[in-house]
Design a protein. Structure first.
Lengths: 264, 760
């Protein structure tokens, strides 16, 4: 009896907390566009080195694990990324190089190197909507989409996982984009996306993105562990950044076709 | 029997009101709870290993049946108008709520991977509709050089392009089909024609078409039966009473089905047919006897006459009905639920028909009076010349009758060997129907509308990155495709790998092969996963690369075609086994084939079982094994002749036609039991066997002849059905009634006449 009373009062407290947290939007808050720009422009250092451990889980709970060594450098108006597969063994040293431009009108450059073929090939593709390394993330999902491509609206602020969040709704300006709507929970002052939901062209929930771990590394906020769940296919991608080093001073010569073929 | 015979004459109102109440109850049940089962998978035994395997493979590889929409432009599809239609129709299909966006494929949705010297280009074939001659020409060349699209999405003569929409098993409904037709037909104009085909459409319409056609045909059948019944009985009262008995037994059977929540499966459409044949027989026997009794006993009161009718005819009617019911119950041994239910509810219907004829008919006549034409006219009873002539002829040609019967059985036996099983759905439609014509167009221009999934299994992870295994899978597909005309196309992981290999070698055709190294295969697949739609990949291979799904497109869904392909593929079993790979099959075409086989095995088993049960019951009833055996002769001949004629006329054995054997059995028992029963009685009166035979022929022979004529003329109406399986049904039932009648009055008469005496 006593126990159930306790649980009840605990529940009541929780409920009060939840209503208090769901504050309406006040005038002093930054604009929705500004919030999304802050996320887009969040400084993660000029370069980074690290491993990505990607676990792909299908609807039958089968898992595939991929490890990728990654080098990234920010050149102001463009980013350069080179990635080498570590595992599985049969694709080891398959590498991928990309030069992506902030200028929306410029087409990104991408190359692939297949060690068993010993050839570098340039890939041209409508890459923004492509899935990153067979995962549930598109390149857009990983932060490539420019804030100006969508109309943003600040719905409310609320507390989630003890973090003050702005809840922003983003509707694409162009017709026929792969998502009809996105809702993002942005952590105040950290400008990290704590959670994001994606709705498909029919307006149905398609994917949930959750940031599981994030930390301050060398003064930069960085999400080190995140999960994307495609609820329609029940397919999940768990992505972890390990042995991460920011402002690592990556050599410019790394981002070349020659380096791709040298491997790790 | 004596008590029952008094029941109807003493409490006619009570009996009729009780029947009315039950009928109202079952009618309400039928109105509110009847449900037609349209998902064919629901018909299949879920625990059977072949289905379990197929279902699990369908889940792993996301195998779904596809609706095919063909857009034909006789002047070629590479023009702005047609290509715009492809784009807009693709979007219209994606917008339908029954279809998942990602499940629509077309030239507009497909991606093209092209290799040039130093680059790899992954793009849609078109996004903006091409509107210049150069752009159209470029598109044409892109399609021609892509083996994954050319001949699969665009026909080789470039006049037809296909859009596919895969749907879940339970999505199909007539409303959805009509909506789909409306949506698609909107895109037609003078130049562009649209056709819709594919397994879901064929199966879906069939499930609705069979009962719908039955609904249209049965009233006409009933009307014809009313007319012929009236000509035979010359009384409106008895005609309507006979019919009422039949209709009520059908209502009760379907009402009970609805009350206990069993859906109507397509085989249940034979249930009314069965009950018409049996119900008419029971009533005719009773009325026939009533007339004869009144001729012999003109002074008898109404109650006396009716009591005598039930008392004398009750025994053979009960023997006949219970034996028939038990025979149908033997269908409970089938592994297939619709067949079990069919057996169960038909048995129930037969018992209802029995009860109604022994209770409702006398009760109604008690109240309404016996029809005038049955009352004695004072004329002396005499044997009909036809009965006399036929009996004398048969008995004086005993040898001939036996030899003739043996010849008929031998001939039928020869015909039976030609009987073939068919699980085809397409073959059930009229040859000039839209569905068949569309199917033909797609089979002619593309790989085929029937899909066979060949699943290769290995216990090794990454088996389907190994060159040896992939090469053998490729070899098998290429050879089977080349050798068998029925195979129009194949598709699997090997096509992706060959395409990638070619593209990464500057698109040179000599590299359209499986690479030598496992690593290269793995790297191609990774590249495909990164640049194409990975979902396409997971339809061909599982996550561990230990199982692969090879899709074979066939030009027919009949059992012969599928069997021929399976046999050819099985010949690679040993080669695959050496590499540790086993072959299994999956998909709806394969399941339909196994299912049909399963139904037929069950039916043939239960046929044999029910024959045995019938002989035992009759032997016990008459306390003589020889009588049991003699009584089974008409059934045997009817069944054998029925299958024999099917063999000669090339009518395949399907789930419907095989059930006809049970009707042959029901009718055969009825004729035999009544004939033997009467003959035994007359042998007690007449010392001369021939006189006893003539009397039996005049009494029972007339009743069964009327019954045969009435039911045959009713079911011949079904020859005008628009639905081919129902035409076959009508013809075969008529044949069965005829053979049962002839078998009873010839060979069975000869055999029974040879018996010296009967036990009491």
């Amino acid at each position: 009896m006593l126990q159930s009373l306790k649980i009840k009062s605990y529940l009541c407290a929780l409920l009060l907390l939840a209503t208090a947290a769901g504050k309406t939007v006040s005038a002093q808050e930054p604009s929705a566009l500004k919030i999304i720009e802050n996320v887009y422009n969040r400084d993660e250092g000029e370069s980074r080195i690290g491993k990505i451990r990607m676990t792909l889980i299908n609807n039958r709970d089968n898992k595939r694990i991929r490890e990728i060594q990654q080098y990234v450098k920010d050149y102001g108006d463009m980013d350069k990324i080179i990635m080498f597969f570590i595992t599985p063994a049969d694709v080891r040293n398959t590498s991928f190089l990309s030069w992506s431009y902030d200028d929306e009108s410029k087409v990104d450059n991408q190359w692939i190197y297949l060690p068993a073929l010993k050839k570098v090939k340039r890939i041209s593709s409508d890459s923004k909507k492509d899935y990153f390394m067979g995962s549930d993330f598109t390149y857009d999902d990983m932060g490539d989409r420019h804030p100006n491509a969508d109309n943003h609206k600040l719905l409310r602020t609320e507390t989630m996982n003890d973090e003050e969040c702005y809840v922003i709704e983003s509707i694409p300006k162009e017709r026929g984009y792969m998502y009809s709507k996105k809702v993002t929970w942005v952590i105040k002052d950290k400008w990290i996306e704590l959670k994001k939901t994606f709705y498909d062209e029919d307006g149905e929930l398609l994917k949930n993105l959750t940031s599981l771990e994030y930390s301050l590394i060398k003064g930069y906020w960085f999400v080190t562990h995140l999960e994307m769940h495609n609820v329609q296919k029940n397919h999940r991608t768990d992505m972890q950044f390990i042995e991460l080093e920011l402002d690592a001073g990556v050599d410019d010569n790394l981002f070349t076709e020659r380096m791709m073929s040298l491997g790790l | 029997m004596k008590k029952i015979s008094q029941l109807a004459t003493k409490y006619p109102w009570l009996i009729l009101s009780a029947i009315l109440i039950v009928t109202v109850y079952f009618t309400v049940q039928m109105m509110n709870n009847s449900r037609l089962e349209t998902d064919l998978d629901e018909y299949m035994p879920q625990t059977h290993p072949a289905f379990m395997y197929s279902d699990s493979a369908e889940a792993i590889f996301n195998i779904k049946d596809g609706i095919l929409i063909a857009l034909e432009n006789k002047n070629g599809i590479y023009n702005t108008n047609t290509l715009r239609k492809v784009k807009e129709l693709t979007k219209a299909l994606q917008d339908m709520k029954e279809i998942e966006r990602g499940d629509v494929n077309s030239l507009y949705e497909a991606e093209n991977i092209v290799g040039t010297d130093g680059a790899l280009d992954v793009t849609p074939f078109y996004d903006e509709v091409p509107d210049t001659p150069e752009a159209l020409e470029k598109l044409r060349n892109n399609v021609r050089s892509n083996e994954i699209v050319y001949g699969r999405i665009v026909s080789n003569d470039e006049t037809v392009t296909i859009l596919t929409a895969e749907i879940e098993d339970d999505v199909f409904s007539i409303d959805f089909y009509n909506k789909l037709l409306d949506t698609a037909k909107d895109f037609e104009d003078e130049e562009n024609a649209i056709y819709i085909a594919g397994k879901p459409i064929v199966e879906g319409t069939l499930v609705f078409l069979a009962p719908k056609d039955m609904q249209q045909m049965v009233p006409i059948v009933v009307l014809v039966i009313i007319i012929v019944l009236f000509i035979a009985l010359r009384s409106i009262k008895t005609t309507l009473l006979t019919l009422l008995g039949v209709v009520l037994s059908i209502i009760w059977a379907f009402g009970l089905m609805a009350a206990v929540g069993v859906p109507i499966y397509s085989v249940a459409t034979i249930l009314p047919v069965m009950l018409i044949a049996m119900g008419v027989a029971y009533a005719i026997h009773l009325f026939n006897h009533l007339k004869i009794f009144l001729t012999r006993n003109p002074e008898a009161t109404r109650a006396e006459a009716l009591r005598n009718m039930v008392r004398v005819m009750g025994r053979p009617v009960v023997i006949s009905a219970t034996t028939t019911a038990v025979g149908f119950m033997s269908l409970l041994t089938s592994e297939v639920y619709p067949i079990k239910y069919f057996g169960l509810f038909t048995a129930f219907g037969v018992v209802v028909a029995l009860a109604l004829s022994l209770l409702m008919l006398p009760a109604a006549l008690m109240l309404m009076g016996i029809p005038k034409n049955m009352l004695s006219t004072g004329a002396k009873e005499r044997n009909h010349p036809l009965a006399v002539g036929l009996t004398k002829w048969v008995l004086s040609h005993q040898k001939g009758v036996v030899i003739g019967s043996v010849i008929v059985i031998l001939l039928s036996g020869w015909g039976i060997q030609k009987v073939w099983i068919n699980s085809s759905f397409i073959d059930k439609f009229n040859k000039d129907s839209d569905i068949v014509l569309t199917d033909q167009l797609i089979n002619e221009k593309f790989g085929g509308t029937t899909i066979l999934n060949v699943v290769l299994n290995s216990s090794d992870l990454d088996a389907f990155k190994q060159p040896d295994i992939l090469r053998l899978a490729d070899k098998m597909q290429v050879e089977v495709d080349a050798e068998l005309e029925e195979v129009g196309n194949t598709f699997s992981l090997t096509h992706f790998l060959k395409r990638m290999n070619q593209v990464l070698h500057s698109d040179s055709a000599e590299y359209y092969t499986i690479p030598d190294s496992q690593d290269l295969n793995a790297q191609y697949l990774l590249l495909y996963e990164m640049s194409g739609d990975p979902d396409n990949l997971w339809k061909q291979v599982d996550y561990d690369f230990s199982r692969a799904n090879l899709t074979f497109q066939l030009k027919g869904d009949d059992t012969k075609t599928i069997k021929a392909v399976l046999d050819r593929i099985d010949s690679y079993k040993d080669d695959f086994e050496e590499l540790g790979v086993t072959i299994r099959y999956a998909g709806s075409g394969y399941k339909a084939m196994v299912f049909t086989q399963l139904i037929l095995d069950g039916q043939i088993q239960s046929l044999a079982l029910s024959l045995l049960i019938i002989i035992v019951i009759l032997a016990i009833t008459y306390r003589e094994i020889s009588v049991g055996l003699i009584a089974s002769v008409p059934i045997l001949i009817t069944t054998v002749v029925s299958f024999g004629v099917m063999g000669f006329l090339n009518v395949p054995l399907s789930t419907t036609t095989a059930l006809l054997a049970s009707i042959a059995m029901g009718v055969g028992i009825d004729y035999a039991v009544h004939f033997i029963e009467r003959y035994r009685d007359y042998r007690k009166i007449h010392t001369d066997k021939t006189q006893a035979a003539i009397a039996t022929m005049n009494h029972t022979g007339r009743a069964i002849m009327f019954n045969a004529i009435i039911v045959i003329s009713g079911f011949l109406v079904m020859l005008f059905s628009v639905f081919p399986p129902n035409r076959e049904l009508g013809a075969l039932i008529s044949l069965n009634m005829f053979t049962s009648f002839v078998g009873t009055v010839t060979i069975m008469l000869v055999l029974i006449n040879r018996k010296k005496k009967f036990k009491d």
